[in-house]
Write a protein that binds this ligand. Sequence first.
Ligand code: ZN
Length: 731
Amino acid sequence: MNKHLLALLSIFVVVTTNAQNITGFKSENVKKQLDLETAFESQITAANLDSWMKRMAARPHYVGTEYGKENAEWMLKQFKSWGYDAQIETYQVLFPYPKIRILELTEPSVYKAKLKSVPVSGDPYTEQGEELLPSYNAFSRDGDVEAELVFVNYGIPKDYEELEKLGIDVKGKIVIAKYYGSWRGIKPKLAAEKGAIGCIIYSDPEDDGYVRGDVYPKGAFKNNTGVQRGSVMDMPLYPGDVLTPGYGATEDADRLDREDAPTITKIPVLPISYEDATPLLEALQGPVAPVSWRGGLPLTYHIGPGPAKVHLKLEFDWQLKPAYNVIATLAGTEFPDEWILRGNHHDAWVHGAADPVSGMVALMEEARVVGALAKKGQRPKRTIVFCAWDAEEPGLIGSTEWVEHHMAELQKKAVAYVNTDGNGRGFFNAGGSHTLQTMVGEVADVIMDPQKGVSIKERRIAKDRINGGDDKFELYALGSGSDYTPFIQHAGIASLNLGFGGESAGGEYHTIYDTYSHYIRFKDPEFAYGAALAKTAGRIVLRLANADVLPFSFDPWHKTVSTYLDEVMKSSESMRLEVEKHNKLIADNAFYLAADPTEPFIEPGKKEAIPFLDFTPLQNSMMTLESTIARFDSINFYSLPDSKLKALNELLMHTELALTDASGLPRRSWYKHQIYAPGFYTGYGVKTLPGVREAMEQNEWTEAGEQIKKLALTLDKLNNHIEALCSIAKN
Ligand SMILES: [Zn+2]
């Protein structure tokens, strides 16, 4: 290589480095921001995560415990020592504690369920006896029922369709369902709708036990006595305190009578281990369960009903308990009224080393380093608010009450909310508002995977490629399941949910085995991924806090929402054609089909024809948006004077709000967002374009038509919003 070419090449290298763009920053500010982020990253110390987890997860700390309060006060002290203006905001929330739990098989033989997980050798935390919260499903109602048992697989809609085909009715019966297949709260909700009077949920070893790997303490998976606790509150209706829907559960708030609270289950429900489930399933007769229903227990799975009969008695202490949210604020130097919120919950079901402490300690390390940088004069331009939520586990209660209580101020000042929860080892998972996809992708591009020597973005894309991904970094859409829900779904604040996982599977989730001992053996022994999470979330927070132009981009949003619209249109068409086909088949072959048992089951009788849905209002709105977004993208906002940039950002930060509708979704007005919602019958699982999609799924065709019009108006609202952004540049 000649000298001249070498010189040219080195110039080229220098030029590309200098030209590294990060969305939201003027070119002259890029280096300063990247230097700040590098300084931030270099101070993240994994050993802090380790010692803080050991402390916070030392004893059980569910809502209302002394240790939960101690954790909150300890965090408060930490935040203050790091230079934050910090306080504890307390709400009084209904939290049921199990008083009586009886489950027994009464016929044809007798078995009394133990409902007790055993301590294991090598894990001292499992030996804390009475202090360990008994296993139960929070917000099951009280009840005392006895009836024949029916096995309902996962207890989701398609399982009941199968039961119907087999002529099995659960009315007046107690159902037993496996965990998984849906969010747990869907199981008692559906069972009650089908007329069942009680619900038992168990972890089958095929999904969650010895079929997956060695069980604890030899391996990470669920042993025969492990029980997953968890809330069964009807969160798809509204999350948060069951007695104060839509407003903060302050000391003096008006409260519903418990009997009127619609989010408490209609029937009693109890989770059990596979040890306790075995005698119940063994005692069932009736048809043998379909192949896909059978689990990993050494028995033949029958459906029933009976002859197995069970008695289920549950009684709870229904008390108001204090929920302690720790809120730590670092005021911004230039735009103190523009807030970047960063949260994780601190309450656990038992010790919660993985869920939630692994995410909580990453957040604290971010706060420590951001505070240290601020003390050295590198204070963020916008205000950063670190939040440690209480009462997430029973139903996103701490965060929901805080958002409801501060709704008006948040809708004015919040730019974005960045959430984490339990963290593990493996792939970077990021979900959230698609307007933030570009920025998150740019951050993920510069964070190195602790094991693989490539960026966390490259590793993510490589994984997606195996599943047919198209070499792009993409955010998944948010349903529910952690504290981002009130921010995005209710308040219309752009939100993200971040974490690592995929290589640290285990059976500890919500059991007495989610301990520090388990975590450092099976999850993230070096806290390398905890540190990676702190680096990722921290860089995202710092970019949002210091950007010249807030890093929201509309093009990825438009591309993603277009795919949702395509999906919905295709599914409407295929539903319509399917019914047409079915009706034709019935008309042509009724006699023949009924007579031939080898034919696949076809429901007798004609179905009501599905009307043609007119999607043109949505197609038109999306087309208009496309050209408005192109116009927005053609403007160089970075060259605008500061006064205009300020006005631009003040509008830009409210983008997500344009995607909400004050009247909310049909039958659940708490959910305001018109693009993302948790499914009414899937729970955590997201439904995109929920108004239209769920109306279709429920065969409510008039409603689907109305929802199309409503969604088109929401899209037009976003269009007006982007036009207003463009006109700031013009005027
Ligand atoms: Zn959690």
